[in-house]
Each structure stands twice: as structure tokens, then as C-alpha cells.
Design a protein around this ligand. Structure first.
Ligand code: ATP
Ligand code: MG
Length: 412
């Protein structure tokens, strides 16, 4: 293996893909900003406990996917596999409970040791939003509406389906867990090895097992919705009523679980059929117990994370093409003057590339190839008269423009 290749599951991102991913992040920040979210940037690595404690040893992420290592000082640290735990840690560390609700948005790389395939990498990127404080269903609606708005603005509204479920409160889930385990115990002999292990540690997770044999057993398993207490039923009803009111379409998917202990009530995933097994583009839920689990105050939370690579792949947004202006100084004195003229034009919001070599014909060919809008030519005569020759490459016309008026002439 060549050492000049990136490590397995990691990639260099550039060109159109980099631009698309940039659009996803910009759109996310604009949309979340319109809901009052503020930037939070947490470290890429944390003490391993920060992830281990809330996610739980039994979770897939902790048991097989984390990049954990001992640093030179002997500290056990982990590259973040997701954002929520780090955001909650930051919330506690910085005493943010003084100012609730807290609306925090983040984006950046995350790391999971997975089998790489299209749309699944070991270093990938997420956008992430968390709303900390309120424990009432209206805020779940806000968070889902925000995700929906983002997906629509990325041109994905008709390509994704929102799967929605409730896990109920702690009491309901405990009751359900007992009923589910009792049922699965009867079919123990046919469960996959993974599911047998989960029967002890995390039985709800068996509900979304990908194993064909498990699926058959799960099809007849008792339903969580039959074990919801009154409060949990009301909570879910309010989320559904809110989504209906705001106009977000959804499907109630009883099999959707986010099998971590701290999840309560709402769980959701936006899924597309266009990316095969990597179909979940954005997912989240309510996690009222997490901050306490990390050793913080009793503060509720609801949030979601989206995979930037997957969102970028799906995005139908036309990339905005920025047409540059080419500035072409002929000779040394003109080259020096061109520095400041280029700065003036850039200050006016224009992309300016300097082409300083070859004869005029060659330069104009390069400008056309780069789809430049204007060529700004400065020779000795122009310099003398403080004017530039501006060639409109679309129209094939040319005009003399004074240096003072140049930035205005090529703007817009
Ligand atoms: P999956 O079922 O695809 O493994 P997940 O449930 O592990 O997803 P989450 O932890 O909910 O994913 O992360 C939120 C989003 O981050 C996912 O919906 C997906 O878009 C993206 N994501 C997760 N893991 C990866 C990965 N390894 N590579 C690229 N994107 C990922
Ligand atoms: Mg996964």
C-alpha cells in the first residue's frame, strides 16, 4: 500500500464535492440562525468518558466504532464519534444552564471505525443542532421543522421521508422493555448472535436488527405504542399535532428506535431511498436524561445531526458559478498598478485573477476558458492616462474605464 494514499475510510475533499458540502453548511447555519441558534465549536477529541458514559458500553458506537487512544500524557481520549455528548459536556463545563433555553449549532468532522462504503466513511462530517432546557413537545416540533426547512432549502423535500416514533418516558420504556424481553426470550433459539447479546444489554436495539431471521421474529414483537403511559401518549400526540400544524409530513414508524438509555419520547430519522443502505441523512431525538448522566444538572434536551456528505450527494442546488475578472497588466509598471486595482475590485465583491504572462492573445484565451466575465487590460498607454481597457467577454465589446471607476464597472 502506498503511504501517499489517505488512510482507509478517509478522503480528500475538493472541487464540486467540497463546494456542495460548503453549501450544506452555509444553508444549515442560515436556517438554524433563523431559529435563534448560536455557534458552538467543541474539541475534536474529548476524554473517552464523555462518550462512553452517555452512549453506553453496549452501543455500537462505543463497542466497535470509536477511535480511542492514550495520549503521551497517559490520558485516554477519543476522537468524537458524534456531537451531542461533547455539546452537553460543553454546556456543563461552561455553566450554560444559567441561560436557558440554549440553542447550539455545530459542524465539523466526526470519526467512526466502520467498514467504508459510499456515503459511509471513517472520517465524515456532520451538522448538529441541540436545544437544551425545555422538556415540552413544542420544542421537538421546532427542531423537526427546522430540519425539514433545511432539507427543503437543499432541494430534498420530495426525496426524503420523515420516520417518527416515540420511545415514551422512562416508565413506559421500562414496561415495554420487560414485555419485549419476555417475548424475545421465547424465540431465543432463533435470534442472531448480535441480538442475543443485545437481549442482555440493549434489547430495544433488536427492533432495528438488519438480520433476516431477527426481522421475522421482530415482526410479531409487542409494540411500544401499546405500553405508553398517559403522559407519554399525550406528549407524542402533541408532537404529531404540531407537525401537522406546521405542515411537515411524516410516517409513524413503530420500529424506529434509538437504542440508547438516555433517549426519551421523540425519535426521528429523515430517510431517502436514493443512497441505498446509507439512506439516513439526518436523525435525532429527545434525550432528557443525558446531561444528568454526564454529571450535570437536570436539564432536558432535543437535537439532531445530519451527515454532510450524504446531504451534499442528494442536494440538487445549482452551484452558483462565480465568474472571475481577469486583470492583465502588460509590463512591470502596469503589474505594480494592477495589485491595487485588483484589490479595489475584490473589495467590491468581485473575484479577480491576475494573468501576468504571455502575449495578450494567450491571456484572452485563458480568460475565456476560465469563463471570465471581463478582461481588464493595462499597458503603458493606459497607465499614462489612468484608464484600463475593459473587454466584455460576453458581448465582445471593449471600453476605456478610468481607474477610479473600474471597481464599479465590473461589479455585479
Ligand atoms: P447509520 O445507520 O447510517 O449507521 P447512524 O444511526 O449511525 O447512521 P447517527 O449516529 O444518527 O447515524 O448520525 C447522524 C447522521 O450522520 C446519519 O444520519 C448519517 O447521515 C451520518 N453518518 C453517520 N455515520 C456516518 C459515516 N460513517 N459516514 C458518513 N456519514 C455518517
Ligand atoms: Mg452507524
Amino acid at each position: 500500500m502506498s503511504k501517499l494514499q489517505p488512510a482507509r475510510g478517509t478522503r480528500d475533499i475538493y472541487g464540486d464535492e467540497a463546494r456542495r458540502m460548503g453549501v450544506v453548511v452555509e444553508t444549515f447555519r442560515r436556517v438554524a440562525g433563523s431559529y435563534g441558534f448560536e455557534d458552538l465549536s467543541t474539541p475534536i477529541f474529548e476524554f473517552t468518558e464523555v462518550f462512553k458514559r452517555p452512549l453506553g458500553e453496549a452501543s455500537d458506537v462505543v463497542s466497535k466504532e470509536m477511535y480511542t487512544f492514550e495520549d503521551r500524557g497517559g490520558e485516554e481520549v477519543t476522537l468524537r464519534p458524534e456531537f451531542t455528548a461533547g455539546v452537553c459536556r460543553a454546556f456543563i463545563s461552561n455553566g450554560m444552564q444559567q441561560n436557558l433555553p440554549c440553542r447550539l449549532m455545530s459542524h465539523g468532522p466526526a470519526f467512526r471505525y466502520e467498514r467504508p462504503q459510499k456515503g459511509r466513511y471513517r472520517q465524515f462530517h456532520q451538522i448538529n443542532a441541540e436545544l437544551l432546557g425545555p422538556d415540552t413537545p413544542e420544542f421537538d416540533v421546532d427542531m423537526i421543522a427546522m430540519a425539514w426547512r433545511l432539507l427543503c432549502e437543499l432541494g430534498q423535500g420530495d426525496k426524503v421521508i420523515l420516520h417518527l416514533n416515540t420511545l415514551g418516558d422512562v416508565e413506559s420504556r421500562a414496561a415495554y422493555r420487560d414485555a419485549l424481553v419476555a417475548y424475545l426470550e421465547q424465540h431465543k433459539d432463533k435470534l442472531s448472535e448480535d441480538s442475543l447479546r443485545r437481549l442482555e444489554t440493549n434489547p430495544l436495539r433488536i427492533l432495528d436488527s438488519k438480520d433476516e431471521g431477527d426481522k421475522i421474529i421482530v415482526a410479531d414483537a409487542p409494540l411500544l405504542s401499546e405500553h405508553l403511559n398517559e403522559a407519554s401518549r399525550a406528549f407524542f400526540g402533541a408532537v404529531q399535532a404540531g407537525l401537522d400544524a406546521v405542515g411537515v409530513p411524516y410516517e409513524h414508524n413503530e420500529r424506529l428506535v434509538r437504542g440508547l438509555d438516555y433517549y426519551t419520547h421523540t425519535a426521528f430519522e429523515f430517510v431517502t431511498t436514493e443512497l441505498g443502505a446509507q439512506g439516513t441523512v439526518l436523525a435525532g431525538g429527545r434525550y432528557d436524561g443525558l446531561i444528568e448522566k454526564l454529571g450535570g444538572p437536570k436539564v432536558a434536551g432535543v437535537g439532531w445531526a445530519g451527515g454532510i456528505e450524504r446531504l451534499a450527494m442528494l442536494s440538487t442546488i445549482e452551484l452558483e458559478e462565480k465568474r472571475p475578472v481577469f486583470i492583465m497588466p502588460m509590463g512591470e509598471a502596469a503589474t505594480l498598478k494592477a495589485y491595487t486595482l485588483a484589490e479595489d475590485m475584490r473589495a467590491g465583491g468581485v473575484t479577480v485573477l491576475a494573468d501576468r504572462s504571455g502575449n495578450l492573445k494567450k491571456r484572452l484565451t485563458r480568460a475565456s476558458k476560465a469563463n471570465a466575465r471581463f478582461a481588464v487590460i493595462i499597458g503603458d498607454n493606459e497607465l499614462e492616462a489612468s484608464v484600463a481597457m475593459v473587454k466584455d467577454l460576453d458581448r465582445g465589446t471593449q471600453d476605456q474605464v478610468t481607474f477610479d471607476a473600474l471597481a464599479g464597472a465590473v461589479a455585479g
